[in-house]
Design a protein around this ligand. Structure first.
Ligand SMILES: *Cc1c(COP(=O)(O)O)cnc(C)c1O
Length: 229
């Protein structure tokens, strides 16, 4: 298994490299987040040994169990829908929350961040394809949400995140990634205080090379590293 995770990682890194070459990008500007949800700590440690420092989880319970057991320079990203009553519990263990999908959730994160005396990096989740089953702001509502959330002084809006539709051919998601990129450019132009728009979190196992070509700064790869769930 150790060997498999290592090989899978090498393969993902080669694909990132190739996508960057196609797009004329520096591969060092792409952060690979290894999505370790449902996987045991042993797997995370193997990925750590192979150089991974960023891990993505979608359940608070798993983060609070795994994060304290990992080496201190491993970082955890909350990428799943977050309930307001679990914000307090998860905050000490995460470097970034990718899945801020309502102003009320942002308000709760602000409240708890203030109590801890820290600032929290967040991304706003955008439901680009307007899928019923997905969380996130619709593209046309995102700028207004950014303006509201920018008022929370303990939050830093670093950018946007999307979960593209499940498709057979990753090319089908290219326009989704292009839309998220354009949305971030449009919002950046407004120069809103407290908002940087420097991070796009997009691309998963099925489509990350396309996402990288379209400007992803963070990609979230689970199956392609750890195998099927
Ligand atoms: C599970 C998950 C991923 C990783 O999915 P894979 O297809 O296994 O790479 C990425 N992002 C989010 C939000 C997820 O929940």
């Amino acid at each position: 298994m150790c060997r498999q995770i290592k090989e899978n990682l090498a393969n993902v890194r080669r694909n990132i490299q190739a996508a960057c070459e196609t797009a004329g990008r520096n591969p060092e500007t792409v952060t690979l987040i290894a999505v370790s949800k449902t996987k045991p700590l042993k797997f995370l440690l193997e990925a750590y040994e192979a150089g991974v420092r960023d891990f993505g989880e979608n359940k608070v319970q798993e983060i609070v169990e795994k994060a304290p057991a990992m080496p201190p320079d491993a970082s955890f990203h909350m990428i799943g829908h977050l309930q307001r009553n679990k914000v307090k519990q998860v905050l000490p263990y995460v470097v970034m929350i990718h899945s801020v999908d309502s102003v009320r959730l942002a308000e709760e994160i602000q409240k708890e961040a203030e109590k801890l005396g820290r600032t929290v990096d967040i991304l706003l989740e955008v439901n680009v394809a307007k899928e019923e089953s997905k969380f996130g702001f619709f593209p046309e509502d995102t700028e207004a949400a950014v303006m509201e959330i920018a008022r929370f002084s303990n939050l830093r809006i670093q950018g946007l995140m999307t979960i593209a539709p499940f498709v057979e051919n990753p090319e089908e998601n290219r326009s989704v990634f292009q839309k998220l990129y354009q949305l971030s450019v449009d919002i950046k132009k407004k120069n809103i205080d407290n908002v940087s728009m420097s991070v796009l979190s997009m691309g998963m196992t099925g489509d990350y090379p396309v996402a990288v070509q379209e400007g992803a700064d963070m990609i979230r790869v689970g199956t392609g590293i750890f195998g099927a769930r």
